[in-house]
Design a protein. Sequence first.
Length: 149
Amino acid sequence: MSTGKSKKGLKRPVGLTILVILIFWLTVWNGLRMSEAIFSWNSLEEFGVHPLYISMSGGIWFIIGIVLVWSLWRGKNWGWRATFAAAASYTTWYWLDRLILQNPHSNWLFALIGNIIILVFIILLMFSRKTRLHFQKDSHERKSQTTTT
């Protein structure tokens, strides 16, 4: 089952659309995180982690998220690889931030299991036949355009 069209009438797999929506929500959350750190700068200075870190990390993940959402939505070949790089980087950042900068949380096991489930979902989705075919179409189109011009 496919939904939407990415470019030149190619159908986008439903799972990929769901992943793009989830990444978009995470991107919006990081954008809000950045803006709230800027607007609440004075209040945040009183509580441990500096607002510059919160706003910069939120801004960086916001920009990465925008690029990733665009590349996946448009079916860009490099977006497939960028998804794995972003998932690994975000997971690493999340756990370093959580273990080093934050106070210990009692829900670490829940967070770990949730993180593993999300990573498995991303891996299964990105390696599914429909998703790989969707991204291979982009590289085949570029090759055919190069040979015809």
